[in-house]
Design a protein around this ligand. Structure first.
Ligand SMILES: Nc1ncnc2c1ncn2[C@@H]1O[C@H](COP(=O)(O)OP(=O)(O)OP(=O)(O)O)[C@@H](O)[C@H]1O
Ligand SMILES: [Mg+2]
Length: 286
């Protein structure tokens, strides 16, 4: 393939120009970072697993009516996505206390919240992605109330779906982070689309029986082999063979290359739902 133009080099992914206007290629790297990139390592196979897991979850979400940017898997590290205008707010949904909320509010790790908590963070690496509220979001014009309402509603749906999906394979969904973007249709209607990735890089997943952490906290806090945790999640989701595809830092290329096809088979026409509420109509004039 001809050399493509890299549009953005992120911490975990590189974004390339897609084959058609309005599309992008997400390339999943093996880089792992934590604490705003203070800690960094390259972990063979991480990108392959995240690409696979994210493709699977996005496909499942699409099937229950959550619009996502995912179009199809291209190979073991790349997926084709719709290009969106990323809304600079990260939504974090928390079911169980872990990470920053424990420090900030003095909650004991593992405390189950009676109702899921949604938090907003302003996407700005230089500022360390600070937590913000609706007033900041509207004042600075990062999103309008209709957009935020849609993002929150979709986040709760994703949470309900993922709680069930992971509970079914003996994993507890502690928390996760989502990013959304704007997409305009042919008639200038606006769609809010789930973008970026959903993978163990941005979810906390604990084994239901042992509470063992399977996600990026293994890397953040040196709790064990990161790839082992990610492989275990992929295995339980039925995405990779039982004996894994990465052994001692070596990727079984043949097995890895065949992984994306299932989702491509499942990918259907994308249905998009507009959130343009339009002007209120006067019922007496109807
Ligand atoms: N469909 C999409 N259209 C446009 N940009 C996207 C899309 N999906 C994800 N992105 C953006 O691409 C980048 C993905 O790279 P990566 O996750 O490595 O970034 P990052 O280092 O975490 O940086 P950032 O702080 O920008 O998220 C992110 O900036 C993300 O917001
Ligand atoms: Mg990111």
């Amino acid at each position: 393939m001809a050399r493509r133009k890299a549009l953005y080099e992120g911490k975990a992914k590189t974004i390339f120009e897609g084959p058609e206007p309005g599309t992008l290629i997400q390339y999943f790297k093996d880089d792992a970072t934590a604490f705003n990139a203070e800690k960094h390592d390259v972990i063979a196979g991480k990108g392959v697993l995240n690409n696979r897991i994210s493709a699977h979850i996005m496909t499942k979400l699409e099937a229950i009516g959550v619009p996502t940017h995912f179009m199809r898997s291209l190979n073991m590290r790349e997926q084709l996505v719709r290009q969106v205008d990323i809304i600079p707010i990260e939504l974090v949904v928390r079911n169980v206390a872990a990470g920053s909320i424990c420090k900030r509010l003095g909650v004991k790790e593992g405390t189950v919240f009676p109702y899921p908590i949604v938090e907003y963070y302003y996407k700005k690496d230089e500022l360390g992605d600070p937590m913000v509220n609706e007033n900041h979001i509207f004042n600075f014009g990062w999103a309008d109330p209709f957009e935020l309402e849609e993002m929150v509603a979709q986040s709760f749906r994703v949470n309900d779906y993922l709680n069930g999906l992971f509970e079914g394979i003996g994993l507890r969904l502690v928390d996760f982070k989502l990013e959304f973007g704007r997409l305009w249709g042919d008639f200038d209607e606006l769609y809010i689309i789930l973008a970026d990735e959903i993978s163990p890089d941005n979810c906390r997943l604990w084994d239901v029986k042992t509470n063992e952490k399977m996600d990026k906290d293994r890397f953040r806090h040196d709790l064990g082999d990161l790839v082992e945790g990610y492989q275990e999640i992929a295995k339980r989701l039925g995405l990779i063979p039982k004996d894994g595809i990465i052994h001692g830092g070596n990727i079984d290329e043949k097995a890895a290359c065949e992984l994306g096809e299932i989702e491509n088979e499942l990918a259907k026409e994308r249905r998009l739902r507009s959130v343009n509420k339009g002007k209120p109509k006067n019922p007496r004039k109807a």
